[in-house]
Design a binder for this molecule. Structure first.
Ligand SMILES: [Fe+2]
Ligand SMILES: [Fe+2]
Length: 283
């Protein structure tokens, strides 16, 4: 077994070995998922604006961290988008992104006068962010391990490493807040709420804009249930048990449960069974 390469922070698009691309190893289902992921990642600047508003009184250091975080997320979008454009020359990142932007705007991004976090506190906001970074970190690790396409393997490896660093960044910010600590049930509530939001329009609509061309829009109108099922299909099939366990351990840690304790083990087993069922249904 060859050792995993170590991908450091601050990589650039030019650092990727684009020439190693092997078209015959592209899996069309994974390609469809990558196009959708590119749009969601590329949409990071709105989230930066929102988070900077939530943390505006917390000093310049956090604001600079948030800027850097957002720049990295946008770059994830550009890297995945460029890969998808190479794998499928009919796909255009900017075009698909424009349609996505037009049709998707969560309320807490749209309301520019709103103050504070939709999670109720800065700590709540960071718990939710850690849940998302746990999810993306495990998702890109699963893609890295599932794909035989060398360039996508490299990009997913680089992104997975970034997402893990993002988790650590938000975990640190969480514990630096001068707000009172949240009770366990409250953190669990925020975490479960954020996981449930994964079913919302964002991914489904990104999948739609990325995979249905403007010419086909009339014949294939957007339907949230259909496209959220299609968007979830890849995830259900590429995850391995170890990715799920890591995901659950990261979430357990942030809500204050023992990552190696009974709750985390039980949660990991439960989630794994759920995903296997979904994978069987999707197949
Ligand atoms: Fe990302
Ligand atoms: Fe991230």
């Amino acid at each position: 077994m060859t050792a995993e390469p170590v991908y450091r922070q601050g990589w650039k698009l030019d650092d990727i070995s684009w020439d190693a691309f092997q078209p015959e190893t592209v899996d069309p289902i994974l390609l469809a998922a990558i196009k959708a992921a590119a749009l969601v990642e590329y949409n990071a600047p709105d989230y930066v604006t929102y988070l900077k508003r939530v943390f505006r009184d917390c000093g310049p250091e956090i604001l600079a961290d948030l800027e850097r975080w957002g720049a990295e997320e946008s770059q994830h979008g550009r890297a995945l988008g460029r890969w998808a454009e190479i794998a499928d020359p009919a796909f255009k990142l900017e075009e698909a992104f424009e349609r996505f932007r037009k049709g998707y705007m969560p309320a807490h991004f749209a309301d520019l006068d709103a103050e504070g976090s939709v999670r109720g506190s800065r700590r709540g906001e960071m718990v939710a962010r850690c849940v998302v970074e746990s999810g993306t970190s495990s998702y890109y690790s699963a893609i890295r391990d599932a794909t035989d396409e060398p360039v996508l393997k490299e990009i997913a490896g680089r992104i997975a490493a970034d997402e893990y660093r993002h988790y650590k960044l938000f975990y640190d910010i969480l514990h630096k807040q001068d707000e009172p600590d949240m009770p366990f049930w409250r953190k669990l509530w925020v975490a479960v709420g954020r996981v449930r939001e994964s079913d919302d329009d964002e991914l489904a609509f990104a999948y739609y804009c990325a995979n249905v061309s403007p010419e086909d829009e009339a014949a294939k109108p957007y339907d949230r249930v259909t496209y959220s099922r299609l968007a979830a299909r890849t995830g259900m099939t590429i995850y391995r048990r170890r990715h799920i366990q890591k995901l659950v351990q990261m979430v357990a840690k942030v809500i204050g449960a023992n990552p190696h304790g009974a709750i985390a083990n039980w949660g990991g087993a439960l989630l794994w069974r759920f995903m296997q069922k979904k994978a069987a249904a999707a197949a």
